[in-house]
Ligand binder design. Structure first.
Ligand code: ZN
Length: 63
């Protein structure tokens, strides 16, 4: 069963906040998604803890 949650993240390039959908049935995820505003690739790290709370870290792909 997929449990999709909307999570607000901010873009590390342009600083804009937008929502992504996270599948909280998967404990750890790491993927890249393009910013909705500036279209640059954001690395997204998702972790779901034992209370099913979703934690999201974002990083710029280009250091
Ligand atoms: Zn952006």
């Amino acid at each position: 069963m997929n449990v999709l949650e909307n999570v607000e993240i901010f873009c590390p390039y342009c600083g804009e906040v937008f929502e992504i959908e996270v599948d909280s049935s998967i404990g750890r995820q790491h993927y890249t998604e393009d910013c909705e505003i500036c279209c640059r690739p954001i690395e997204i790290f998702v972790q779901v803890d034992e209370n099913h709370e979703v934690h999201v870290d974002v990083r710029s792909e280009l250091e």
